[in-house]
Design a binder for this molecule. Sequence first.
Ligand code: NAD
Length: 500
Amino acid sequence: MFAHPETSVFSSWTDEILVAGEWRRGGGDLVESRDPATGEVVHAFHGASLEDVEAAVSGGLAAARDPAWRDLLPHQRAAMLHRIGDLIEERADLISAVQTADTGKTRKETRALALSAAGTFRYMAAALETMEEAVTPQRGGSLTMTAHEPYGVVAAITPWNSPIASDAQKIAPALAAGNAVVLKPPGWAPLVSLLLGRMAEEAGLPAGLLSVLPGSGSVIGNALVAHPKVGKVSFTGGTTTGRTIGRVAADKVMPVTLELGGKSPTIVFPDADLDQALAGVLFGIFSSSGQSCIAGSRVFVHADVYDDFVDRLVEATRKLRVGRGTDPDTDVAPLVHHRHRDEVAAMVDQAVSEGATVLVGGHAPEDRELEDGAYYLPTILSGVTNEATICRDEVFGPVAVVLPFSSEEELVTQANDNEFGLACGIWTGDYRRAYRVARAIDAGTVWINTYKQFSISTPFSGHKASGLGTEKGREGIKSYMRQKSLYWDLTGEPMPWGRH
Ligand code: NAD
């Protein structure tokens, strides 16, 4: 159904979503995917309705309980995940083209996201095959062991900034654990999730184990979270939404994984390799057009090198090439949506009204070729303190604030004085300092002399308002399972009251 080459991809899309193994027209409102480079509609289709939610959850539960899935041995379920991973890799170009049209991202990035999703399926397949349960130390007459079992139906709710990778990060371990998954992709970038649904089907995943329900977060997302038969929610998105989901989950006494927002510090010490630091700071904030939860948006630079480093950073930022995601020379592509671009612009304008100085950027490009797209120039602000709104709130766009610091102690206090605790970058040539600061910073991930490097084999979590729970890594599968303990009597002795 998804013909290649790229130009004919969208003519072959149909008005269908995946509900419990059936491709059918959604019963909900029209969802429009627009190319943010041009504002043109890429594909319009009907999203899910509450009836679709009901069908997806009930169908998912039935599929998860079906012996054909439930009784598969780990290596057999792993084979399915490998097939999905292989198909994703085979279709990486197609996935990349669809995702670039849907999100505006560069082809280089969307291809990398596709390959990362393939790797996630393979890693989780391997983790599943090698996962071990424990016979726990015996403390009485029983053999004791711990086992892990699937929840049944998992709801996976994802944001628009790196769709196929965040979909895979939830679907692969949840399926590996033996669950069915109902995926609620974001309103602004739903297409690649539907494509993933097609590929899972083509790989032979039994019907009902994956539903894909695009639609409104507050209606469809909320209905999924609140549904009594959904046993776990794995959410990636904004902190406000995460709090709402957490409240519903608390009422249900249901586990949730929340991967939320950030306002990450990236720190340049004077003893750093400053060329390397410059490239890292630039990439850390402006890659993905700054639409990254882990973007290094607060750049702390030591006073000894501040003037020189900031001058070079501004110059390098000015040289970044802003353009279409389909242009191989583009560094900074459009933002995901015109509305989002306007929100980013409004935050910069507010910062300026509160006293910030624009060192570079600060507006949309004036190039006529880009005037229809949701572009915003990479922007660096200075002249504010860490208390300013622009240093508190997540912009989720290509906007960095530079902040001078003088001592390590003051730096750590400032870096931690923020609601979020997602990531941090440290640039220094002193390994003792690197270790000391890394341990002192409240963040789930700290990069030392590098930034934005990810591996599916390394756990990922947010501290403070950046999240709850952990994804990735070998233990990632277990976060989609509930634990059970077994006691087997080995003695044959009657229980204490057995003689009465
Ligand atoms: P968002 O919170 O607006 O939406 C995320 C998803 O939640 C979407 O699918 C949306 O439709 C759905 N949703 C919205 N309201 C809901 C509700 N009441 N109940 C259930 N679902 C609901 O976030 P966004 O704008 O799509 O993404 C940007 C945010 O995601 C940023 O804050 C970013 O930092 C965060 N993010 C975090 C990580 C991480 O791993 N920590 C990764 C990527 C993005």
